[in-house]
Design a binder for this molecule. Structure first.
Ligand code: UDP
Length: 345
């Protein structure tokens, strides 16, 4: 545990999700900072409730304006993590994505402007859209989305507009900000793999199928690729952004991903099948399930459109934050699979 001369106060909204719960566990373990946290659900944080540095409030951002404003005023940093980040919802309930990811969070951004509080905002790798295979760069890549009837792009567009709003507040109103762009982060706490929630992300969906000995469904054959980053590596980047040594993260945008963690979705399914087969009780799984394929429109709805490749250029994070990932996809998947199996033991 590192003691600070004056411990920081950090407000985390959407604290109980995948990133928030992992970040809070990490901070409470390694720093003496105070975390003021809000979420609709506290299940993933419950084990930390007795910790004196965690101040958790259960509630909806929408009905907590006065409480949030008090915290924004008093805290050193605001991390608004509450967002919908699942392709099924982009297609099936696009307005809910716009309302939470853009509208609700715009109120928080404006509170940070009013009280001049530093904001660390989750942008997304989705803002880059349909790149033709070249690594996505924060300074030089265009943001390429599909036609309006492809509703998948409402998430990318909402986040992109928010990036532009925050950037403009930074330039024209001196808002201190950092934007970070997660590229397919995964690990313990990703989603509930014991339920078949349509909102689960691909690693959780495949794990759900494997652990229940059901067939895996690839969308459109699974040739599309993603670069997967293990959560512990992502947390290390987040800590460097929060600590902001020599102002390296001030008014900056960072891709946080693992170019070396690239896999096709079919390759991911095959690797996960192999790894689960190595776990006690699953040695016969290769004979029990099949890897199948279905069109994206049938799986998600007509408004779905896929992204073929999404590779982060992380040279900015390497140079400014001195950060780079160290966990291989294979090692990260093993840790993730073991974590979920341990929940059942
Ligand atoms: N995917 C798949 N089968 C599933 C779930 C997802 O083949 O059961 C694919 C999906 O079409 C996409 C990739 O896996 O190409 C990653 O999906 P995820 O939901 O994790 O989000 P994305 O990376 O597209 O934001």
């Amino acid at each position: 545990m590192e003691a600070s001369p004056k411990p920081m106060n950090i407000l985390i909204l959407g604290a109980g999700g995948f990133i928030g719960s992992n970040l809070i566990a990490h901070i409470l373990k390694h720093r003496d900072w105070h975390i003021h946290a809000l979420d609709l659900h506290g299940d993933k944080l419950a084990q930390h409730f007795p910790h004196p540095n965690l101040h958790f409030k259960q509630g909806d951002m929408r009905g907590s304006h006065a409480w949030i404003e008090e915290q924004v005023k008093a805290c050193d940093i605001v991390l608004p993590l509450a967002a919908i980040a699942s392709p099924a919802t982009y297609v099936q309930n696009p307005l809910s994505v716009f309302e939470l990811d853009f509208e609700c969070n715009l109120d928080i951004v404006r509170l940070c402007v009013r009280h001049n509080t530093r904001i660390i905002f989750p942008s997304t790798s989705e803002v880059y859209g349909m790149q033709a295979g070249q690594p996505c760069n924060e300074e030089t890549s265009n943001c390429i989305t599909g036609p309006i009837h492809k509703e998948r792009w409402i998430y990318s567009s909402s986040k992109q507009l928010m990036d532009r709003v925050i950037y403009a507040y930074g330039v024209h109103h001196n808002l201190p900000y950092t934007l970070f762009r997660p590229f397919n982060w995964y690990g313990p706490g990703l989603d509930n793999v014991w339920e078949n929630a349509p909102s689960n992300r691909v690693i959780a969906t495949f794990l759900h199928s494997l652990l229940h000995r059901r067939d895996i469904t690839l969308i459109n054959g699974g040739a599309q690729k993603r670069c997967f980053l293990y959560i512990e590596d992502a947390l290390e980047a987040m800590m460097r952004i929060i600590e902001n040594k020599d102002g390296a993260a001030t008014n900056a945008i960072f891709n946080i991903g693992h170019p070396g963690g690239e896999a096709s979705i079919r390759g991911l399914a095959e690797t996960m099948l192999e790894l689960v087969a190595g776990q006690p009780g699953y040695s016969n799984i290769r004979n029990e399930i099949k890897i199948t394929s279905t069109p994206g429109g049938d799986f998600y709805g007509a408004g779905y459109q896929d992204i073929n490749t999404r590779i982060p250029d992380i040279s900015h994070a390497i140079e400014k934050l001195g950060w780079q990932p160290t966990t291989s996809l294979q090692d990260g998947l093993v840790k993730t699979i073991r974590y979920y199996l341990d929940q059942k033991r």
